[in-house]
Design a protein around this ligand. Structure first.
Ligand code: IDC
Length: 487
């Protein structure tokens, strides 16, 4: 039941902020036969824009328990296409679409619900499908009888894009989440400060590439991050190349927007990572960056939980080039969201230049011409040790630094956890109040991933049974009390 209002709200937020058209339909016909062994109810909510849309679907099983299901529906016209789905395997033939359950969500008890979704495209018009089947049986159940929306009509009256206080997750009372306590952040001297102008350190996790691991980011995993890990921050890592943003700008923008909103609902800060990697010259993606950041900053301008990371790891380019890039992208963000903190990547894979034979002096002597910005530093504990730590400590006296990505393993993302180096790093970051996001909150089959392979095919993320050595190490570090200043 929780999915319906949230999905609807999301559609309305989009409508308000970007002028898109939001629609919702609940298939709400009487339940025909109380004795039936099958039965289902489907809610299908769409957020659409010119040429594209996101559909969020809730499936409720009103019949006997099923183990494996296929949802079927037909688009009203053949110009409508599924382009990228999640939480189900999609197939389309003409206007007919099927979405088959995955291993982890195939079992649906009587009255159990599950949420799936997809990004799609449309050409001439985008009316909603009106009939759904589950395992071949037409769904006739009422999902939400108290507030049915007539087919094809706009959903209820628009609401402001954010309420004054971020809505917390059920397990975190109002006023206790990191965002509720700290509010809008700003850079003060070399620190990140909260609304009381006091330095704070944010500790959290980075997603893996959302083009590969979308199934790891759902209500259960994000609840675990907020409530079990007690994290402050989710870094949303959107690769630009490697089948990322460049292949479907609207779809990936949407995916990022959804995760930012999921973070906001749980009182977590969201770090939007424009994950450039190869090619290392950020200028290669300048136009894409402007388009992307114009969209996300417009969408989230009224929120206080968003931090922008405009380029992940520049490499093979001069600091002057990175600075030039930053000075073109930052104004695009500031035009919509003037008070947000922006983080700029540094030379040599965000090593402050060290991995390419330089150091932070080139930045200190030639800072980005903008206020309220920080500089990124990345490390992988098994590869980067004392000389890197010394440089960070030196730089942190002159520059606001944020460790937007680091691993407990080698720079390949794999290998064994280096506990002593990781501990030395995090003790130093704690002491200097430097925020961090650990690579990765995912079940990738590599040492840096927090979850054992296959975890994201199940519904369980809280606790330690699902964690790798790195995950255990990081959860123990992140769970400790924040003690954010409150005056
Ligand atoms: C790695 C992933 C790996 C993926 C590879 C290529 O862990 O699964 O195949 O990227 O995209 C970084 C990058 C980050 C890397 C990570 C580990 O920001 O994208 O992720 N790393 O190699 N910088 C240093 C290390």
């Amino acid at each position: 039941m929780r999915l319906l209002p949230r999905a609807s709200r999301r559609a309305l937020i989009a409508a308000g902020a970007v002028g898109a058209l939001a629609m919702g339909v609940t298939v709400a016909l009487p339940v025909v036969n109380a004795m039936a062994a099958s039965g289902c109810a489907v809610t299908y909510t769409v957020n659409q824009w010119q040429g594209g849309f996101t559909a969020n679907i809730t499936i409720k099983n009103l019949g006997d328990p099923v183990n494996g299901w296929t949802l079927g529906f037909a688009f009203p016209n053949s110009g409508q296409q599924v382009t990228q789905g999640w939480s189900a395997t999609y197939a389309q033939s003409g206007a007919n679409v099927t979405a088959a359950s995955m291993g982890y969500n195939g079992s649906l008890a009587t009255n159990a619900s599950t949420g799936i979704g997809f990004n799609g495209s449309w050409t001439t018009a985008n009316p909603l499908p009106t009939s759904f089947t589950l395992n071949g049986v037409v769904c006739t159940g009422a999902t939400n009888p108290s507030s049915p929306a007539p087919s094809g009509s706009p959903s209820a009256s628009p609401r402001p894009s954010t309420s004054p206080s971020a809505s917390p997750s059920p397990s975190q009372p109002v006023g206790q989440t990191p965002v509720a306590i700290n509010g809008q952040l700003r850079v003060c001297g070399v620190n990140l400060c909260n609304r009381f102008n006091r330095p704070i350190q944010l500790r959290g996790m980075s997603t893996h590439g959302i083009q590969w691991f979308a199934n790891c980011y759902n209500d259960a995993s994000l609840d675990a991050l907020a409530s079990d890990w007690r994290a402050d921050l989710l870094r949303v890592s959107m690769y630009v190349q490697e089948q990322g943003y460049e292949t479907n700008p609207t779809g990936f923008t949407n995916q990022v927007n959804n995760l930012v909103e999921e973070a906001a609902e749980r009182g977590l800060y969201a770090l939007i990572d424009f994950h450039t990697l190869t090619p290392g010259d950020p200028m290669y993606n300048l136009d894409r960056a402007k388009t992307f950041f114009a969209a996300v900053s417009a969408r989230h301008a009224a929120k206080n939980n968003v931090i922008y990371e405009i380029t992940n790891e520049p490499n093979g380019v001069s600091w002057a080039t990175i600075k030039n890039y930053a000075e073109q992208v930052i104004p695009v963000i500031r035009a919509n969201d003037p008070d947000a903190v922006v983080i700029v990547g540094t030379r040599g894979w965000s090593s402050l230049g060290v991995s390419e034979g330089g150091n932070s002096t080139e930045i200190i002597n030639n800072k980005v011409n903008a206020t309220n910005i920080m500089y990124a530093f990345h490390f992988y504990a098994a590869s980067h040790k004392d000389n890197y730590r010394a440089e960070v400590e030196r730089a942190a006296a002159a520059l606001p630094i944020f460790v937007t990505e680091f691993g407990t393993v080698t720079y390949t993302g794999g290998g064994a956890v280096d506990t002593s180096s990781s501990t030395a790093w995090l003790d130093m970051l704690d002491r200097l109040k430097i925020g961090y996001a650990n690579w990765t909150y995912s079940d990738a089959d590599e040492g840096s991933a927090a979850f054992k392979p296959g975890t994201c095919n199940g519904g369980q993320y809280a606790g330690t049974a699902v964690l790798t050595e790195s995950g255990n190490f990081m959860r123990n570090r992140i769970r400790t009390a924040d003690n954010f200043p409150t005056s």
